[in-house]
Ligand binder design. Structure first.
Ligand SMILES: CC(C)(COP(=O)(O)OP(=O)(O)OC[C@H]1O[C@@H](n2cnc3c(N)ncnc32)[C@H](O)[C@@H]1OP(=O)(O)O)[C@@H](O)C(=O)NCCC(=O)NCCS
Length: 219
């Protein structure tokens, strides 16, 4: 979705920690995009659950800081009237656009695992066009793959690799606490982790974006 399409009145449904984080963002565009993303994700979750956005309470989790309504960052989640809302969620913003993803929590019973988590990421080609990108973002194997690509494919490939890495790191809940240059974006996983390139045309995105979804089964 376009961040500009998030309803402006949605801000009234945001929780105090979300309002406080927005208040701390001094750059107007970054603040507007942060608010729009939070409004959109809440409306998206409420729509799936068939409730009003104001019935949800933000319930983010961070590996360092814990979980709860006072947390203003980390893996997104909501509570509905005080109980877990039953959704797994992910969000990414890039250049005025947002990618939102949700799944039903509760796969644990069906799969015999602790459940699944998801991560999405949206990356524009312009975001990977800096000279140090390959050194900071790619594994040795990926740098070798890149050398074999025709020059016109190198930039979209980098954007796709980055989107896949960030989607994976969000699904694992760590974000960039893990060095992206240690994450294989295209490797087959032995633990059931799935990473998919999303069709940016079907998603209605303008040219230049790469988007990925990662699904991780928690042991
Ligand atoms: C996850 C991360 C890579 C995303 O950064 P980005 O590419 O600039 O931004 P995106 O728009 O793609 O994603 C932002 C969203 O990722 C999600 N997210 C943030 N941390 C996450 C985590 N640990 N696990 C899963 N999802 C996370 C949130 O929904 C966030 O939205 P918000 O801004 O409304 O809170 C980055 O935020 C990160 O590495 N975070 C971990 C480090 C950190 O947060 N440190 C400070 C707190 S201790």
């Amino acid at each position: 979705m376009r961040l500009a399409d998030a309803g402006p009145d949605g801000e009234t449904h945001l929780d105090p920690a979300e309002q406080a984080r927005a208040a701390g963002i001094t750059a107007p565009v970054a603040r507007r995009d942060f608010l729009a993303g939070r409004i959109a994700l809440r409306a998206f979750a409420a729509g799936i659950l068939g409730v009003r956005p104001g019935e949800l309470t933000a319930d983010y989790s961070c590996p360092d800081c814990g979980t709860g309504p006072e947390l203003d960052h980390g893996r997104p989640g909501y509570r509905l009237h005080g109980a877990p809302a039953g959704l797994i969620l992910s969000l990414s913003r890039s250049r005025g656009w947002a990618l939102l993803a949700a799944g039903r929590a509760g796969a644990a019973r069906e799969t015999g695992t602790a459940g699944m988590t998801i991560g999405v990421d949206l990356e524009h080609s312009a975001g990977v066009m800096f000279p140090e990108f390959d050194d900071v973002a790619l594994t040795a194997a990926e740098r070798q793959l890149l050398v074999a690509l025709p020059p016109e494919k190198a930039i979209p490939w980098r954007a796709s690799a980055w989107a896949r890495k960030e989607a994976l790191l969000k699904a694992h809940g760590t974000g960039l606490r893990i060095d992206p240059a240690s994450v294989e974006a295209f490797a087959e996983s032995a633990d059931g982790t799935v990473v998919l390139d999303l069709d940016t045309v079907a998603l209605g995105l303008p040219a230049g974006f790469a988007a990925a979804l990662a699904i991780v089964e928690m042991a």
